[in-house]
Design a protein around this ligand. Structure first.
Ligand code: GUN
Length: 300
């Protein structure tokens, strides 16, 4: 079998179009423009790239983008005071503090100081608890994007065996909760899991989110299974020339694609969905804050 390639880039474009349509309607009918505030502390180059991309896409769908840059050595009090201002600013519907933060800042404290209704990352403990108990919450963007792709491909996920490899708070754990919410039988595997190959071989859905390049080979994949590869790993690519690199996922793409029914590529799979879902979450937050109906298909 040769797997169907799930085109995350194209899917993300449809999500953004949908968001842009709703934003235009909100402006026209309600005089409301959703706003996303992104806070960047320090000058980490990768974070700067992400933040720039978020700001650009926010404006492209018609929302307001507010960027706040603080020095790497800013005090915790300074950052908390900024979050406090954003929490009460009616023009701001979503707040994202780019992670990781410099070591002297307490990430949990900072994240939990965001108004949960504006927590478009879904990292606040209130949102984690709401998701875990099946209540309406803000859902972390990357797992939400994976869920949207899975629902689009399968329709119903009910009764499927899903294995999530990786137990991070950002991807693995919320992904497992979302799959459970869609009535999958869910296994969370991780670095200490025994007989990982056998665990994965039982899966109708594999979500790999461990950050280890190409660790899942094709012979772990059940024929016809759906493989969602969250990993983005840069590895040396001497075949492209000296000093060259390339991006690979957590799954060995070529061998997995020979066996799977569907697979997300890296790059161009899950990656583009993350920012699209951030925009969707900001729209959802703006609707909820104003007592307006949320758009269908953009939340869990
Ligand atoms: N850093 C890398 N990815 C993310 C993300 O999804 N949210 C935040 N806040 N920081 C990140």
């Amino acid at each position: 079998m040769t797997a169907k390639v799930i085109d995350g880039k194209a899917f993300a474009a449809t999500v953004r179009e949908k968001v842009a349509g709703h934003v235009a309607r909100l402006k026209e009918e309600n005089g409301l423009t959703p706003g996303l505030a992104v806070v960047l502390v320090g000058e980490d180059p990768a974070s700067q790239v992400y933040v720039r991309s978020k700001g650009k896409q926010t404006v492209e769908v018609g929302m307001n983008s507010f960027e706040h840059k603080l020095d790497a050595d800013c005090s915790e009090a300074e950052l908390l005071a900024l979050i406090d201002r954003l929490n009460t600013d009616p023009a701001v519907h979503g707040i994202l503090v780019q992670l990781p933060l410099p070591g002297h800042l307490d990430e949990d404290l900072v994240v939990n100081s965001i108004n949960p209704a504006k927590d478009v990352d879904g990292f606040h403990i209130s949102n984690v608890g709401l998701l875990g108990t099946g209540q309406k919450s803000m859902v972390p963007c990357t797992p939400l994007g994976c869920l949207m792709m899975l629902r689009d491909h399968h329709g119903s996920l009910s009764g499927m065996n899903a294995v999530v490899i990786g137990r991070s708070n950002i991807v693995g754990k919320p992904m497992a909760q979302l799959l459970l919410g869609d009535s999958c039988t869910v296994t969370i595997a991780h670095s200490r899991t025994k007989d990982l190959a056998d665990v994965v071989r039982g899966a109708d859905i594999v979500v790999a989110a461990v950050g280890r390049p190409e660790m899942v080979p094709g012979d772990w994949i059940k024929p016809g299974a759906t493989v969602i590869d969250v990993g983005i790993n840069r590895i040396d690519a001497p075949e492209k020339g000296e000093g060259k690199t390339r991006l690979v996922g957590d799954c060995h793409y070529v061998s997995c694609a020979e066996v799977a029914g569907a697979i997300t590529p890296v790059p161009g799979g899950v990656g583009p969905m993350t920012i699209a879902c951030l925009l969707a979450n900001t729209l959802t937050a703006a609707c909820r804050a104003n007592g307006l109906q949320e758009p269908d298909g953009l939340t869990a």
